[in-house]
Design a binder for this molecule. Sequence first.
Ligand SMILES: [Zn+2]
Ligand SMILES: [Zn+2]
Length: 162
Amino acid sequence: MIIRFRCPGCRTELEFDDLSQQRSPCPVCDRQVTLQVTDAMRGRNQVDRCALCDCETVYVQKDFNRTLGVGIFIAGAVISLVLYGFDQVWWAFAVLLGCAVMDGLLYRLLPDVTICYKCHAQYRRFTPRPENLPFELGLAEKFDPLDKRAEADNPAAEWHGR
Ligand SMILES: [Zn+2]
Ligand SMILES: [Zn+2]
């Protein structure tokens, strides 16, 4: 499993993959970042909670590079417009269709990434865990409220759920 997170000190993106360790020094600001690596992470390679902020709810999504997906689509649209300009209507259509198929295939082949609702730490190359569900907006608001002053938990978010 690879954990990617932002250093709480300097916000640099860091990667952590040695699960036998409980802390990792930031190469930029030298701060020791503590990680709560659980037994499930060590033993089964599963994300059962966030190692950075101890949040118990994480979500799973496709590790889809939006820029790449949109790039393929734009390239396809441009090529097909050019072909259309040269009266190659069927080819123009075929290129568009080809790009849609490619995007679809890419999406299927891509691995999943697990993300913490609270601190947005990302976990890759893990064993899937059925309890971890896709993103839910309601949960995102609960764990990552808009009021981010001092990055404290928003107590109002808790009352809301009761
Ligand atoms: Zn740092
Ligand atoms: Zn977290």
